[in-house]
Design a protein around this ligand. Structure first.
Ligand SMILES: Nc1ncnc2c1ncn2[C@@H]1O[C@H](COP(=O)(O)OP(=O)(O)OP(=O)(O)O)[C@@H](O)[C@H]1O
Ligand SMILES: [Mg+2]
Length: 242
């Protein structure tokens, strides 16, 4: 027989090995090869989430929990990614004072989900709230900093937000003296819950119900993160490294 060399040996070697295998081993081997083939397929190409420049390099793997609540938060975010990747509904709110790493975790999750081939909508609320008020005029985080000259009307911004299945909203807060924040966030939370979306938000505001109302807040698993500001530590490191 011609000795054709393929990935797991020559054809003869493979056939000889197969003859020594039990039926169960052959089935397990078939399953393993099918999995290998599936995993070697290129990931679907989806657009990268829009991540503010400061956070483009932040990963879940370089989040170092310094307090028990930071550990709980990191575990909750990892679980969020697993459920979101399976297409399951999950709603997580990271709540806590400044510098505890909420945005780091949120954008780390955005990257992790994108790495797994998933389409992720990520926005800071201060920006999204403005877009819901006035429409979107520019692409603020475009690679070259130039406007892509896109204009979406507020209703189009809302439609775009609502059609995503994985949505991450950073820095939820009051953005003006109107009830827009309350109205839009409350409606979106109900839509997300009813349609089993994966939604993560972060806020300094505790309790969350003050912003989005008790019923909408109740739909989220709330993780309160405590700890010193990691911003000061990082500023110090960056200053030393410069
Ligand atoms: N546990 C941590 N491990 C690694 N880096 C951290 C950690 N906590 C905070 N940082 C870093 O500290 C800086 C501030 O964190 P981040 O902006 O995520 O905080 P935040 O909780 O979102 O604060 P704010 O409420 O003011 O928005 C970031 O550069 C972040 O990468
Ligand atoms: Mg933040």
């Amino acid at each position: 027989m011609e000795q054709v060399k393929i990935e797991h040996g020559t054809l003869r070697e493979i056939m000889e090995r197969a003859q020594r295998m039990s039926h169960e081993e052959i089935l397990a081997e078939r399953e393993r090869l099918a999995r290998e083939l599936r995993e070697s397929q290129p990931r679907p190409t989806v657009p990268a989430p829009r991540i503010p420049r400061k956070f483009t390099g932040r990963r879940l793997t370089d989040y170092v929990p310094r307090t028990p609540s930071q550990k709980v938060a990191l575990e909750a975010v990892r679980r969020f990614c697993d459920l979101a990747a399976k297409g399951q509904g999950v709603m997580l709110a990271l709540i806590g004072p400044e510098g505890t790493g909420k945005s780091h975790l949120l954008y780390g999750a955005a990257h992790e989900l994108y790495r797994r081939g998933l389409r992720v909508y990520a926005r800071p609320w201060y920006l999204l709230a403005d877009e819901l008020r006035y429409g979107r005029h520019v692409e603020p985080y475009g690679a070259d900093g130039e406007s892509d000259a896109v204009h979406l009307e507020p209703w189009q911004v809302r439609a775009e937000l609502w059609r995503h299945r994985i949505v991450l909203i950073d820095e939820v807060e009051w953005t003006a003296g109107t009830d827009l924040d309350y109205r839009e966030l409350k409606k979106f939370a109900c839509h997300a819950y009813d349609n089993e979306l994966a939604v993560m938000i972060t806020t300094n505001w505790n309790p969350l119900r003050d912003i989005i109302g008790a019923a909408a807040a109740d739909r989220f698993t709330e993780i309160v993160i405590a700890g010193p500001s990691g911003r000061k530590a990082r500023q110090h490191q960056e200053h030393e490294a410069a």
